[in-house]
Design a protein around this ligand. Sequence first.
Ligand code: UDP
Ligand code: MG
Length: 317
Amino acid sequence: MANKLLSIVVPVYNEQEVIDETYRRLSEVFKDYFMDVEYIFINDGSKDDTYFKLKEIASGNKEVRVINFARNFGHQIAITAGMDYAKGDAVVIIDADLQDPPEVILQMVDKWEEGYEVVYGKRLQRAGETFFKKFTAKTFYRFLDSMTDVKLPVDVGDFRLIDRKVCDAMKCLPERSRYVRGLVSWVGFKQTSVEYQREKRFAGETKYPLKKMLKLAGDGIFSFSYKPLKLATFVGMLVSVFSFIYLVVVLVQKFIKNDVVSGWASSIAVTLFLNGVMLIVIGIMGEYVGRIYEEVKARPLYIVGELMGFDGDNKNK
Ligand code: UDP
Ligand code: MG
């Protein structure tokens, strides 16, 4: 009987200092392993020598495959492409920067063999990350969980093993603003976690500046919850109640106490405040409308420039 196949999916963006070491560590872990292993590196439009290095790795090792994106499509899309191309009975997603130790995959495979279909890595500690990153991540995961009806595990990234069944189920979710870890929770199946210490980045800088972090957070919130839309109803009701009370107060002052109701400053304050609230609500609706627009256009999620190491491809080899 043929061995089972494990696909290891690694999204890579400007990681020229790291990538050789990543492959070395991975291949060390899976030397003489009881499963066959394929490595799928997705070059997400790197501007440095990453692609050149990946080609070198792939040309010397037949278990290495490279998907070269036509431009930078983002981490979540890169992972998605890796899952689309993976042929394994189980698929592991791991960052290229060695923050997630490859050795942990062995524990994930053990759990998978026990019958779990999703095994995610739960971060116990995050070494070498700024207080800001740790704080925002921690707050965000808890906030998101409270916003959604799907149970989303907290302090969990995309480092995980998924079974073939889960991978196939994920392919039925073609949505564009992808929050992959949320989608994996959404499809369900038997899930468990293994705990690990998140290491320092092996080299280089984070490829997740604040802007990309906010986009990921937005995708998490807006694709998994419509609670922000209810905010308008809530604020509207609150304001109506207060204004009604205030109206009564003004009428009493005017007709019973015969006072003049003074008002320029308070009118301006209230107008500005309510206009602010309205713009925020329009902005929130805009987030959803924009996402609907993206979906309706139905563009492909990513464009592949070259493939290397896959059966039947002859490009660039
Ligand atoms: N990455 C990517 N495309 C991007 C940004 C990041 O493929 O646009 C990859 C990156 O090379 C790494 C992983 O996604 O393998 C996680 O990025 P990073 O380690 O910079 O994020 P952090 O760990 O700082 O959150
Ligand atoms: Mg990292």
